[in-house]
Design a protein around this ligand. Sequence first.
Ligand code: ATP
Length: 301
Amino acid sequence: MTSEVTVRVPGKINLQLSVGPLQRDGYHELATVFQSVSLFDEITVSEIDKGIEITTDSKSNIPLDKENLAYKAAEIMKKKFDIETGLAIKIKKEIPIAGGMAGGSADAGGTIVAIDSLFSLGLKRDEMERIGSELGADIPFTIAGGTAIGTGRGDQIAPVLSRGSYNWVLALSSSGLSTPSVYKECDRLREGLDISKPFVSDSLLQALSHGDAKALGKALTNDLQPAACSLKPALRLILDVGLDYGALGGIVSGSGPTVAFLAEHEDHALDLVVALTSSGVVGNVIRVAGPVPGARVITGA
Ligand code: ATP
């Protein structure tokens, strides 16, 4: 057995996020299309005598106790597989916190994959995804990666045929948005409206199967975007700037506030980065590619 394992796990954007009506249990049925992008957290897990200890290089505040999703993932793995030793988990964060890119879920997914490798449990990917789904709806996709449809609460995933690689430009916000508050705002804005059952858009799936970036740009949709923009009006300005500078499409990712712009090719993405940065409406702009694979062991395998 190796003494420590490091897993690299990507963040996601939602190419589509359709939100059904508020259900009695407080949840919404979702129809979503996820894509993993090349912005990664790294999770390093090693054995210690007892307990679960989390450390991070993140300058922002993330919980280091039971509230951290990686802690919860370690707890569930210890219990399921009778792991008696303690675990140290180091989280190197690149994925923005509360950014709508499933950063916490990625850390949980990465922890499950790392523990599987550290203790040679030999779990299949779908078994690890199932364990992840017990903790959070976005976790199975962070393990699977690529491009996938998510239904139910977003946790029932199925891979999507996607040709080629897409150039994305992400406008990151310095402060996050809480997912529950965005859903609450969405319900408030929809009060009195008749909301139908969500379904995945055919035009989006066709664009992906043809590798047609222009068609994909037009097909991006997010039912949470009005709510995210209502809570953070600066997002409207950011969307306008990116689209004015020729992005093929622009969308708030998940519950936001990260905004993803689709560029035609690499040079176009570089132009968009310059335009958005010099506009002064957004602090941190980065270029990423998608799809990329899900959580993978990079050292200690
Ligand atoms: P999603 O896209 O799945 O809705 P998000 O990317 O918007 O999520 P996260 O980065 O997962 O949001 O963080 C949401 C909250 O979860 C944070 O405010 C933080 O308190 C808590 N949290 C728990 N574990 C972590 C973690 N490992 N990394 C970041 N945040 C975490």
